[in-house]
Design a protein around this ligand. Structure first.
Ligand code: PA5
Length: 463
C-alpha cells in the first residue's frame, strides 16, 4: 500500500493568498536546516533515543496484544483506561477515529464481542463518582497506564477503583487489572510483581505524548476491536515516506517547515480543524503533542528566549458558527490546518421536504461544501491554510496521520533548536501538588506555598 495521506500547502503560498503567503524559495532556504534536522533525527534514532520511530515495526507486540484482547474480551463488558495526558489522549483519539460514534451504546453483539471504552482522564470527583455509578466492576477490565508509575491523578483513580474491585471481588480483583508502565521502575511495576498483575511495558525511550502506537494506545484499541496491525502498517508507510532529507519529498519535514516559517512570520497560533467528528480526538491529541513538545525556554546566544506555537483545536462545520469569524477577520496570527476526509463510512441523504434545495443533497455533500467554502473564504481573506487529506478513515490512514504529526513534531523541535521530548515546565506544578498533598520530601515547596498564601491573605483582590 502506498502513502495516501497528503498535505496540500498551496494556500500557504503567495501565489494563492497574496502578501501574507510564503514562497517556495522561503521553503528552499530552510533546506540546509532540514538536512541538519534529518541527520540529527537519524543519529538520535540510531542511538535508540527516538523510540516512537521504532513502534511501527513492533508487529509481534501488536499480535501479542491482539491475542490477549481476543482471549479476555469474552469475560468483560467494559474497558476503563486509568491514565492522564499522553497516557489517555491517544486512546481517546483512536477510539473516536476508528469506532462507531456511539460505541458504548451498542450492545455486545453489535460491538462484535469487543468492550465498551471509558477514559476518565481527570480527578474530578463528579466524573469518577459518576463512572462508579454506571459501571458494573465485575464486568470491567481496568487498564492502569502510567509510564512513570507515580503520576498523582492516575494513582488516585487507580486506588479508588482498585479498592472497589477488592471489596466486590476479594482476591480475584487482580484478574480485572492490566498495568502498562515502565519495564523496571516505579510503584506500578512493583505492584505488578507483588500482586501478580498482567502487564505491558512502555518503552523507556518513548515519551508519553509519543506513545499512542505503543501498548499505551494499542491495548484499549485492541479491546475495542480496532485492527492495530493495520494501524502500525499505516505508521510504517508514513515512516518510509518521510525518509528523505529533501523537504519537498518528506511530508513531516514539509509540515514542520511551513509551521516554523509562519511562527516567525508572527503566526504563533496553529489551528487544527478536522471536518470530521471522528478526527476531533486527534486534534486534541495533537494539541498536547505540539504544546508539551514545543513550548520551551531555550538559550540562544547566551540569551533566554521562549518559543512554541499555540495549538488550537476546532471542528468543522460546528466551529464555523463559533470560531470562523475570528479566523477570518481577527488578528493575522494563525495558520490553519484543515483535516479532510475523502469518503465517509456512511452516506446520509437529506429528505426532500417542501421542495427545499437541501433535499437534493446528502450530509456528505453539505459537510464537503462547508469545508470547501471555508478553505476558499480563508484563502480569499489571505489567511494561510493547509489541508491534510485522508481518502477515508481507516486504521491505515489514521496510522499515517498520527505518525506524520509525531515526526513533524520532531522536525520542528530541531528547527526551533529545542528538546521536543522533555517537559520541564510541567514539573513545578507537579511538585507543588505533591507538597499540598503531603508527600514526603516536598517540605521546601510547602513553605513556599504557605508564604504565598499569606501574601494573598494580606492583599485581597477579590470582587
Ligand atoms: O507526554 C507526557 O510525557 C505527559 O503528558 C505524560 O503522558 C503525563 O504526564 C502522564 O505521565 P505518566 O504516563 O508517567 O503517568
Amino acid at each position: 500500500m502506498e502513502r495516501n495521506v497528503k498535505i496540500d500547502y498551496s494556500n500557504c503560498l503567495k501565489a494563492f493568498i497574496g502578501e501574507d503567503g510564503i514562497s517556495i524559495e522561503d521553503i528552499k532556504a530552510l533546506q540546509p536546516k532540514i538536512s541538519e534536522a534529518s541527520e540529527s533525527i537519524n543519529q538520535q534514532k540510531a542511538r535508540g533515543k527516538l523510540g516512537f520511530m521504532e513502534l511501527p515495526y513492533k508487529d509481534d507486540l501488536a499480535k501479542k496484544i491482539k491475542t490477549a484482547a481476543k482471549k479476555l474480551s469474552s469475560k468483560y463488558e467494559n474497558f476503563v483506561v486509568i491514565g492522564i495526558g499522553g497516557s489517555a489522549l491517544g486512546n481517546i483519539a483512536l477510539q473516536q477515529a476508528l469506532r462507531h460514534p456511539f460505541w458504548n451504546l451498542l450492545d455486545k453483539k453489535e460491538r462484535k464481542g469487543y468492550l465498551r471504552l471509558f477514559v476518565p482522564d481527570n480527578v474530578d470527583p463528579d466524573l469518577i463518582s459518576g463512572l462508579i455509578d454506571v459501571l458494573d466492576v465485575k464486568k470491567t477490565l481496568f487498564n492502569v497506564i502510567s509510564k512513570s508509575g507515580t503520576t498523582a491523578e492516575c494513582m488516585a483513580n487507580y486506588f479508588i477503583l482498585k479498592s472497589i474491585l477488592q471489596k466486590k471481588l476479594g482476591k480475584k480483583y487482580n484478574e480485572h487489572i492490566i498495568v502498562t508502565t515502565d519495564a523496571v521502575k516505579g510503584y506500578l511495576r512493583e505492584t505488578v510483581i507483588k500482586e501478580n498483575l498482567l502487564s505491558f511495558e512502555v518503552p523507556a525511550n518513548v515519551g508519553g505524548r509519543f506513545s499512542v502506537l505503543s501498548p499505551v494506545g494499542l491495548i484499549s484499541a485492541a479491546f475495542t476491536g480496532i485492527d492495530i496491525e493495520k494501524l502500525l502498517n499505516g505508521a510504517r508507510i508514513m515512516d518510509k515516506a518521510c525518509s528523505s532529507d529533501d523537504v519537498f519529498k518528506n511530508p513531516a519535514a514539509l509540515y514542520a517547515t511551513v509551521q516554523y516559517l509562519y511562527y516567525w512570520l508572527k503566526r504563533p497560533m496553529s489551528v487544527m480543524m478536522p471536518y470530521s467528528n471522528a478526527l476531533y480526538g486527534i486534534a486534541d491529541w495533537y494539541r498536547q503533542l505540539w504544546a508539551e513538545s514545543l513550548g520551551k525556554e531555550v538559550n540562544r546566544r547566551k540569551e533566554k528566549i521562549n518559543v512554541g506555537p499555540t495549538p488550537i483545536k476546532a471542528l468543522g462545520a460546528t466551529d464555523q458558527h463559533s470560531q470562523m469569524q475570528l479566523y477570518m477577520e481577527g488578528p493575522q496570527d494563525k495558520v490553519i490546518t484543515i483535516l479532510s476526509v475523502g469518503k465517509f463510512n456512511s452516506t446520509v441523504k437529506i429528505p426532500l421536504i417542501d421542495g427545499h434545495y437541501l433535499g437534493k443533497h446528502t450530509l456528505n455533500e453539505l459537510l464537503k461544501s462547508e469545508e470547501e467554502a471555508s478553505r476558499l473564504a480563508l484563502t480569499k481573506a489571505g489567511r494561510p491554510n493547509l489541508t491534510v487529506s485522508l481518502p477515508e478513515i481507516s486504521p491505515e490512514t489514521i496510522g499515517q496521520l498520527l505518525y506524520l504529526l509525531e515526526l513533524a513534531t520532531a522536525y520542528i523541535g530541531e528547527l526551533f533548536d529545542i528538546n521536543a521530548f522533555d517537559q520541564p515546565g510541567v514539573e513545578l506544578g507537579k511538585q507543588l501538588t505533591y507538597a499540598l498533598m503531603g508527600r514526603e520530601g516536598f517540605e521546601q515547596q510547602l513553605s513556599e506555598i504557605e508564604a504565598q498564601k499569606k501574601k494573598y491573605k494580606e492583599n485581597k483582590y477579590i470582587i
